[in-house]
Design a binder for this molecule. Structure first.
Ligand SMILES: *Cc1c(COP(=O)(O)O)cnc(C)c1O
Length: 344
């Protein structure tokens, strides 16, 4: 095996969905945008549909086809970006539901596909997507008369539960949707964890399903195994890798493994990250290259054949912290070069 292997534990994923679902008394959907956060929209959506998920969310209509194929005809698939210029019946052939974000999108949809189901995304303060309060006020009765499938909004600061913006957006969303009969939703993963006030009629977690923070109790879903290409002895004072940034302070054995920043192991990952031989941690040393990482395996009794960089102990969030980013970006960066396997 010459490329790194990404293993996705679908049972852990299903268990994370059940655990999030158990935190609410309402329906729980699933966000599977960006190829299910890099883990494969087909297998991920299929197992979630088996668990009973009936509302799926993608970012763009183009992402919907793979989800529809996996989940069958019944579950709803919503499209966050709504109905874009050039979108037509072909893009929405799989009975995808655009979440309308602007008066222009609503007009466009009515011209292109007047009786097609739609949902509404409202801006409750994030200023990213969604109808502004004034536009919603102007369009609300017309939209409601056409029976929208959902009315949603999104929290900007839910990664900080005590941030005042959360309650402010909650109030704005309540004010904007008071009396709406369509199912309402405000909560992603973090909002699901923030308590029932934020749940409305359904929650729509993403990252927590995939084992990422802020769902601290999530089971790890991804493991990444890196094949060792070669192991060499390095003398005291010799350096390893680009820039000679790591210097051996003892006679060392250095394993070079087949994955790098082109595989989402960001070059910015500094110290403090290990690769594991079984339970034994081995520090990543030197700079991460495009296709290669160097690891100090001096303390192992034998040279390893492969090392595991993502496991139950070291998570996507640990890698993210070391790289100065968030778990979401690590997940979605795990590239196309991995050989992928799914554990059911
Ligand atoms: C990505 C996204 C979600 C899911 O967010 P997580 O933090 O991954 O749970 C929910 N709603 C919207 C609008 C999103 O863009």
């Amino acid at each position: 095996m010459s490329t790194a292997r990404l293993t996705i534990n679908l049972q852990a994923l299903a268990s994370n969905w059940r655990a999030l679902n158990a935190k609410t008394d309402v329906e729980t959907g699933a966000v599977v945008k960006a190829d299910a956060y890099g883990l494969g929209a087909g297998p991920v959506s299929a197992i979630l549909a088996e668990e009973g998920v009936r509302k799926f969310f993608v970012a763009a209509a183009e992402e919907g086809a793979a989800v529809r194929k996996a989940v069958g005809p019944d579950p709803q698939i919503f499209v966050f970006s709504g109905f874009m210029e050039g979108d037509n019946g072909l893009h929405f052939a799989d009975n995808l539901i655009p979440l309308i974000n602007s008066p222009e999108q609503f007009k466009r949809l009515q011209q292109a596909m007047p009786s097609h189901p739609f949902g509404v995304q409202l801006d409750s303060g994030m200023n990213r997507l969604g109808l502004e309060p004034a536009d919603w006020a102007a369009l609300r009765s017309e939209m409601e008369s056409q029976n929208p499938q959902a009315v949603i909004s999104h929290l900007a600061c839910s990664d900080e539960p005590d941030h005042p913006m959360n309650r402010q957006q909650l109030k704005t969303f309540r004010d904007m949707t008071d009396g709406v009969t369509a199912p309402r939703s405000l909560a992603a993963t973090a909002g699901t964890l923030m308590g029932s006030e934020f749940h409305f009629d359904f929650c729509r977690p993403g990252v927590g399903l995939y084992g990422g923070m802020p769902f601290a109790d999530a089971k790890p879903v991804v493991t990444v195994d890196l094949p060792v290409i070669q192991v060499r002895a390095v003398e005291v004072g010799e350096t390893v890798g680009y820039g000679g940034s790591w210097v051996a302070r003892r006679p060392s054995r250095i394993a070079t493994v087949a994955a790098g920043y082109a595989d989402g192991l960001h070059r910015a990952i500094g110290g403090g990250i290990d690769a594991f031989a079984g339970d034994q941690p081995c520090p990543v040393v030197g700079r991460i290259s495009m296709d290669l990482v160097t690891i100090d395996v001096t303390d192992l009794p034998e040279d390893p054949e492969r090392l595991r960089i993502l496991n139950g102990h070291q998570t996507v969030d640990d890698l993210a912290e070391a790289a100065g980013t968030i778990g979401y970006e690590i997940l979605t960066s795990l590239g196309a070069r991995y050989s992928r396997g799914y554990v059911e």
